[in-house]
Design a protein around this ligand. Sequence first.
Ligand code: AKG
Ligand code: FE2
Length: 344
Amino acid sequence: MITRELPTTLVQTFRQSALDDGAHTKLADRLRALPDPSGDLDHASAVLLQAFAATLPTAQLQEILDFGRHADAPGVMLVENLPVDLGLPPTPADGEPAVKEAGGHVAENVIVGLSGLLGEPIGFQTEKAGRAIHDVVPVSKGATTQTNQGSRVFLNFHNDIVYDAQGRYDVSNPDFLVLNCLRQDPQAKAVTYYADARDISAILDEDSLRILRAPLFRLNAPGSYCRDVAGKDEVLSDPVAIIHGPASSPEIAVSANGVRGLTPEAETALAALQEACRDERICHQVTLRPGQALLINNRKGLHARSAFPAFHDGTDRWLQRTYVRRTLWSLRDRGTDVGPRVFA
Ligand SMILES: O=C(O)CCC(=O)C(=O)O
Ligand SMILES: [Fe+2]
């Protein structure tokens, strides 16, 4: 159940930051000259740091850096008027990277550049084959799944987690996600949502909040892990709390692919949580267009996506996504031979 009154607690703001046209043009000129950053992310991150630092006004650069560093910063930020690719190929239908022409990697450089202002872009072998840049597109065989391939169903409020043999899926997972829009869906129906755990906590009734803070929940591993690696529907975490940490800066974790409440009260609290996230007083909504990127703190809040039409004919919605960690150190036990930014 949700309390009726708007809480006196501050409702977390939605930060918006648009490049002015001068910065846009200067950044675009630099990025058009660059190759695909995926080839050497360490080198690319240095080049892109120079490009962003040289072209963005100091205050805007600081705003993005502050977003990445402070506990009391907002959980979501929309960056607008970013450079875009001029000749974009058709949207890939299978979730694999598109083949792009040399010099046509503006989007990849935008997302790696923004990611570098927040931390280190990384890949997990179980998600998009370990790539650092994920193509998020509607895939027909995944249309009704609770994954980034979906389109016909509402993708429930969740954060991005990773399977971990140690039983916790909310530890090795990304600190941030960056979503950069390359192509909007033709009918502009796809909406991305964000609800901040501070606001969720403020509007939830006390009983639900107390239960969500108890280790009464098991998260299901991501659909990609269950499907491609485990070959089964459910690979559950140890019992965990959904919300933990100080009331002024709580952390929240909910798997898209299902959460098991261990008691009837826990199941009821989960339903109250999803309802709270949709509450228009706290739920931020963005209809992403090309030139816009959403910076998402993956610990401070939950995100979701509406259903939207998909045609699988090259015209579909196309986002690129990165997973960002503030530091690679705490992932060193998951390192692989594939590369320094690819983790198990
Ligand atoms: O498509 C979106 O807007 C968000 C999808 C999502 O949850 C993700 O890519 O992690
Ligand atoms: Fe997600």
